[in-house]
Design a protein around this ligand. Structure first.
Ligand code: HEM
Length: 468
């Protein structure tokens, strides 16, 4: 078939499209290019060429597991230092024996039964958030993203490895969080001039080295502690320390366990914290949906203690979470490329144009764009409408239209974990408080590290009548 060259903005010698990519929110720069150039766009920078896809029809084809698979981009490659083992998330290929071993050992540990067993621990940390907000009273204002990060970090650490960061009992974030944010920010800034210039300073490079060391030390200490203090607890750490690969009978080595621990601590909290923060922002900016969600909580749970059995009846809460991740997928892209062993593939857009995907290329599927494709979602794509996410409508969506958890074999292993945690926390908040935006004229803007979050979202929380 006839091949169309991939549209690309005009380049400048030596720096290519680098100037087109400058934005405080790098994601917005790419979204702007897709607005101008259509469902697919190519960019070149001193770091190489990259292709981004934003139309649902193209994302859909790239999600075909027989032809394509996850092919990590430069960002992910540079995240792991030479000689360190790669975790589930940073593994370069499904063929990597470390990925296979960890995947087989951990899949059951993230399964529905195991997640339900974590309900009480999720409630424990959720209640700490509620207590903090209740204690400080309705005059206090809270930076939502900060408290959600406390909550999600404490939850993953408790559920995964029986460790308490006790973030609600300290004003400054745990050093692990600062170290992690620096590392993530430096990677997401890889193509921002400010980031490039900062990295030229030896002091920045030294700080990054220290941060990276702290992350790995925190994780290795946790593994060592468990070896020294065995528990019966059915958590992810025990699954990794004692679990045997059902295929080979082998167990995971300590360095690989620690690498996966860092991944769980990072992947397991930034993302869910963003989801909860966006959900709160969207509910407050759309009072109709706020009252609908609260009414459901009052009907299903009332003033009784939330139990795991309630969750399946909290349908509207689920719709809110789905719609939140449609509008603001907190991991806004995933990379796909031709499956190893296959040659050049062709994908076709709605206008019938054919584009060649060469082997080795890592094309980014930008969900923040494909989730707003009017051909799938209609003319109100930019509105927050949880009603479009009922079970029935959700099941009838075109294939690969809603992809906040990535695709195929390498899709998110923690989806069930994140979901239950978000359901619990959103429900507890709606049950306990009258929430208000601190700034009645709040406009939803995003900040981006590796994930995205609402910017400067402050709320006030008044205990609801009848609750003390
Ligand atoms: C993979 C999103 C929560 C652990 C992914 C991917 C996405 C994603 C898009 C695929 C990345 C790629 O293709 O490169 C999210 C979102 C979450 C969330 C939006 C919350 C709302 C979690 C949690 C955990 C977790 C709670 C762990 C406790 C992982 C891991 C992978 C992954 C280990 C790599 C899986 C593999 O390649 O085998 N996630 N995630 N995530 N996620 Fe999540």
């Amino acid at each position: 078939p006839e091949i169309t060259p991939i549209p690309q903005p005009r380049t400048i010698p030596f720096i290519g499209n680098l100037l087109d990519l400058q934005d405080e929110v790098p994601l917005h720069a790419i979204e702007r290019l897709l607005d101008i150039y259509g469902p697919i766009v190519k960019m070149s920078t001193p770091a190489g060429e990259s292709v981004v896809v934003g139309g649902h029809e193209l994302v859909d084809q790239l999600c075909d597991e027989t032809r394509f698979c996850k092919v990590p981009g430069a960002n992910l490659k540079s995240l792991v230092k030479e000689g360190q083992p790669r975790s589930l998330f940073t593994a370069l290929a499904e063929a990597d024996p470390d990925w296979q071993q960890a995947h087989r050992i951990l899949m059951p540990a993230f399964g529905p039964l195991a997640i339900e067993e974590m309900f009480e621990e999720m409630m424990d940390i959720g209640s700490q958030l509620i207590l903090k907000w209740a204690r400080q009273g309705s005059e206090a204002k809270f930076l939502v993203t900060e408290d959600m990060t406390r909550l999600t970090l404490d939850t993953i650490a408790l559920c995964a490895m029986d460790y308490r960061f006790n973030s609600f009992y300290s004003e400054t974030p745990h050093p692990f969080i600062s170290a992690m944010n620096n590392t993530l920010l430096s990677n997401s800034n890889a193509l921002q001039l400010t980031g490039i210039i900062k990295k030229l300073f030896p002091s920045t490079r030294e700080q990054l080295r220290l941060d990276d060391e702290l992350l790995h030390k925190t994780a290795s200490d946790l593994v060592q502690y468990r070896r020294d203090h065995p528990t019966e607890k059915n958590d992810l750490l025990n699954a990794m320390v004692y679990g045997k690969d059902p295929k080979t009978g082998s167990t995971m080595r300590d360095a690989l366990i620690a690498a996966n621990m860092v991944t769980f601590l990072i992947a397991g909290h930034e993302t869910t914290s963003g989801l909860l923060s966006f959900a709160i922002a969207l509910l407050l900016l759309n009072p109709r949906t706020y009252f609908a969600a609260r009414k459901e909580v009052d009907t299903v749970v009332g003033t009784s203690r939330l139990t795991a059995a309630h969750l399946k009846d909290l349908k509207y809460i689920e719709q809110v979470l789905r719609e939140t991740l449609r509008l603001h997928p907190t991991v806004p892209a995933f990379a796909r490329g031709v499956r190893p062993g296959r040659s050049t593939e062709i994908i076709t857009d709605r206008q019938g144009r054919n584009f060649e995907v060469p082997p080795g290329a890592a094309w980014r599927c930008l969900t923040s764009k494909s989730h707003r494709d009017p051909a799938v979602w209609g003319s109100d794509v930019n509105e927050f409408v949880p009603e479009r996410m009922t079970d029935e409508k959700f099941a009838a969506l075109p294939k690969n239209a809603w992809k906040p958890f990535g695709s195929g074999m390498r899709a998110c292993i923690g989806r069930g974990f994140a979901w239950q945690e978000a359901q619990i926390v959103l429900t507890l908040i709606l049950q306990s408080f009258d929430l208000k935006l601190d700034d009645p004229n709040y406009q939803l803007n995003v900040v981006q590290t590796l994930t995205i979050k609402p910017k400067a979202l402050f709320v006030r929380a008044q205990l609801r009548e009848g609750l003390t």
